[in-house]
Design a protein around this ligand. Structure first.
Ligand code: NAI
Length: 334
């Protein structure tokens, strides 16, 4: 199938070209994000392949449909950046990669936790400069702490399994409790109880209208003073301005982020020679107790291999059957 692959980086091409030897699709790699300004590039492509910061809103989908596109192949698990209702109404099929490596994201989450706690980022720079002072590097034992996991799907459960090994007490909240949680001694509680009892809170639920700004001034006020907050899920789960206030007051003791609500204008690009225009993001960078990575939690070779294989298999399945077992259906957003 002829596919316009948007938002491609060198590593995407490398993994997709290797996998495509077994599929034989016609892949056209495009660097820009797919959005209303670039959708014209998809003209006459029956399939487009999109990533997390492409913006497939109603207007973009209308244009894709008009151009003859029939398939939107997401190379991500999340589909919050796609107007599924419009795609459904215009007869476009949306497929995704439901699981590629939950371990990659879970392990990165723990990396952020260890970094905000033991301050590896500061220690690394100090030691290279011959500064061996420990002042400002004081951390805490994670063993024995209570961790609240919001969203106990594939990634949340991997995080639980690692934290059980650390000797943590695990609390969980999910709209659909996971029967496997018992093996990690995880207790499902209400969101309010999780906020009140957790020393560390980690977010692993999808971004939906229900979870948008799940962490805001009101929910932050229910948390312990000095709570550690981790988000490797989606930026929109956190009201960034409210979290900045909570960092200033000490309510949030440490913050580890791999995602940011306005990341589409920043992440995946080398902006090191430009002036960052996003003042909220710039403020976040000033805190010594905040560590941010640029949406790299998924970025392992295992995950990239799996993403390219599954995406191309989804396209082949659609080409042969008109559907896919990894289709995003309308009831997944209702
Ligand atoms: P999953 O679908 O296996 O698990 C999500 C869980 O969240 C489910 O158990 C679901 O019931 C629960 N959930 C849904 N609505 C909820 C709500 N309102 N409150 C609490 N829980 C709710 O998804 P998976 O694979 O574990 O991924 C989780 C999230 O991680 C994805 O939605 C995606 O946004 C993010 N992600 C981030 C990556 C990164 O590189 N930073 C890479 C891959 C995923």
């Amino acid at each position: 199938m002829k596919v316009a692959v948007f938002s491609t980086e060198k590593y995407d091409r490398q993994f997709f070209d290797a996998a495509n030897v077994h599929f034989g699709h016609e892949l056209f790699y495009l660097e820009p994000h797919l959005n209303i300004h670039t959708v014209a590039l998809a003209q006459d492509f029956p399939a487009v392949c999109a990533f997390v910061n492409d913006d497939l809103d109603a207007a973009v989908i209308e244009k894709l449909a008009k151009h003859g596109t029939r398939l939107i192949a997401l190379r991500s698990a999340g589909f919050n950046h796609v107007d599924i209702q419009t795609a459904h109404d215009r007869g476009l099929t949306v497929v995704r990669v439901p699981a590629y490596s939950p371990y990659a994201v879970a392990e990165h989450t723990i990396g952020l936790l260890l970094t905000v706690n033991r301050k590896f980022h500061r220690a690394f720079n100090r030691v290279r400069e011959g500064n061996f002072s420990l002042e400002g590097l004081l951390g805490f034992d994670i063993h024995g702490l209570t961790v609240g996991i919001i969203g106990t799907g594939k990634i949340g459960m991997c995080v639980a399994s690692i934290l059980k090994g650390f000797g943590c007490k695990l609390l969980a909240y999910d709209v659909y409790p996971n029967p496997e949680a018992a093996q990690f001694g995880m207790d499902y509680v209400s969101l309010d109880e999780l906020f009140a009892r957790s020393d560390i809170i980690t977010l692993h639920c999808p971004l939906t209208p229900d979870t948008y700004h799940l962490i805001d001034q009101e929910t932050l006020s229910k948390m312990k003073d000095g709570v550690v907050l981790l988000n490797t899920s989606r930026g929109g789960l956190i009201n960034t301005l409210d979290v900045i206030e909570a960092l200033k007051s000490g309510k949030v003791g440490c913050l580890g982020l791999d995602v940011y609500e306005e990341e589409a204008d920043l992440f995946f690009e080398d902006l090191s020679s430009t002036v960052i225009q996003d003042d909220v993001f710039a403020r976040l960078l000033t805190f010594p107790n905040v560590v941010i990575t640029g949406h790299q939690a998924f970025f392992t070779r295992n995950a990239l291999y799996s993403i390219s294989e599954t995406t191309l298999a989804n396209i082949t399945e659609f080409e042969q059957t008109g559907t896919s077992e990894n289709r995003v259906t309308i009831d997944m957003v209702r």
